[in-house]
Design a protein around this ligand. Structure first.
Ligand SMILES: Nc1ncnc2c1ncn2[C@@H]1O[C@H](COP(=O)(O)OP(=O)(O)OP(=O)(O)O)[C@@H](O)[C@H]1O
Length: 227
């Protein structure tokens, strides 16, 4: 984090291969902010998130995320950058052959945690935060879709990230469960972790008014309105 700023992109062009997806992107997200990211299919939302988590490189412009200079990012830096970013994507699902606790422990080992007691405490901590302390020994298939998504959010919180990047986190959930997940993400942002959430769910945006940015015609627009 630089000052209170978690993400800062200045005049960034976003390419997928040779295809220019977004031009001259300027974006700042501060500690604890909640931001919706909207735009039609193919407008560049995922590409924008990929720039932030180091999956696409910045060729022109300047970018910082989680204290890293994205332009100077090396392959070795990427796992460390991702510890500063909690990633909640539909394709980062739980491992189906192990319990909630084992899923969380797996990530902790992969991100360098060694002390058994600290690991156990942290797992309890994040499950408490998402209201699933009692489900620690359950297998993913024993949980509802909303509960599974809460575990995914708990997993994203393990390394105390500066921001959660969420790509359609309510995409597979019914309206009531979607609202519960939104309430949780809002609460997380209030406690200081910023949230950037890509969504197509305008009803959810109406229910939880927040800053909205929009990918449209190759640009990222601020103060977007939904109709
Ligand atoms: N790996 C890739 N190689 C080449 N072009 C790509 C690649 N991934 C995406 N694109 C192109 O980049 C553009 C932006 O795609 P992106 O996935 O960022 O859109 P999106 O707004 O996230 O869409 P959705 O809402 O469907 O997830 C599209 O034109 C897409 O075809």
């Amino acid at each position: 984090m630089i000052g209170n700023t978690v993400i800062k992109l200045e005049n960034v062009d976003v390419y997928q291969q040779k295809h220019l997806v977004l031009t001259n992107v300027n974006l700042q997200i501060d500690k604890g902010e909640f931001v919706f990211l909207i735009g039609q299919t193919g407008s560049g939302k995922s590409s924008l998130l990929k720039i932030i988590y180091g999956d696409l490189h910045i060729s022109s412009g300047e970018g910082h995320a989680g204290g890293y200079d994205l332009k100077k990012l090396t392959d070795k830096d990427v796992p460390f950058l991702r510890r500063k970013l909690g990633i909640v994507f539909q394709d980062f699902q739980l491992l189906t052959d192990r319990t909630v606790e084992e899923n969380l422990r797996f990530v902790m080992h992969a991100t360098g945690w060694k002390d058994k007691n600290l690991i156990a405490d942290r797992i309890k901590d994040v499950l408490e935060k998402v209201g699933l302390r009692s489900k620690i020994k359950k297998m993913p298939h024993e949980l509802s879709g909303g509960e599974q998504q809460r575990v995914v959010i708990a997993r994203a919180l393990l390394n105390d990230p500066e921001i959660i990047l969420a790509d359609e986190p309510t995409g597979n959930l019914d309206p009531d469960t979607s609202e519960e997940i939104m309430l949780l993400l809002k609460e997380i942002s209030r406690s200081g972790t910023a949230v950037l959430m890509a969504t197509h769910d305008y009803q959810l945006i109406r229910t939880f008014p927040s800053r909205i940015i929009k990918c449209e015609n190759g640009k990222v627009l601020e103060d977007a309105k939904i109709v």
